[in-house]
Ligand binder design. Sequence first.
Ligand SMILES: [Zn+2]
Length: 155
Amino acid sequence: MQKRPYFRNSITELEAIYSLNASDRSILILLSKELMHRNTPKAKALLQKVDKSLIGDGPVSPPTPSIPRKIEPDASARVAIECGHCGESNFVSVLPDIVQHLSCAHCRTSYEALYKHGVMRSKFAQKPANSSSGIPPWVWVLLAAAAVAAIYVFK
Ligand SMILES: [Zn+2]
């Protein structure tokens, strides 16, 4: 249930409430929530002022700790994958269960990266110019192990 104590107040009244309570964080938060429901230019201008006061950029310095932010650890998680050809590290975003078609930033070798069950697997395309022998399977095991290690290093 959302409380909107200022639901019935006009924008002029809200402006007055702001100027009288510019140092009261709890009121500023309520004002900010109320103003988000309004679309008039005046309301938007006041919302900016209220938000500025809330983040400490306004006329008052808020003594209370800042609003806790929702942290999503996996949103920016990246893993280093060593290129199968030039050995340089490429940083790949962790997108669980999604096959990413990428290419090495250094030698342009294309590769696929798949993050599954907590492990980043990579498969590098073989260069046509290379010898037919290709890369032995143990290299892939090594690369997967390196990627897993990198998760903990870059966390
Ligand atoms: Zn490379």
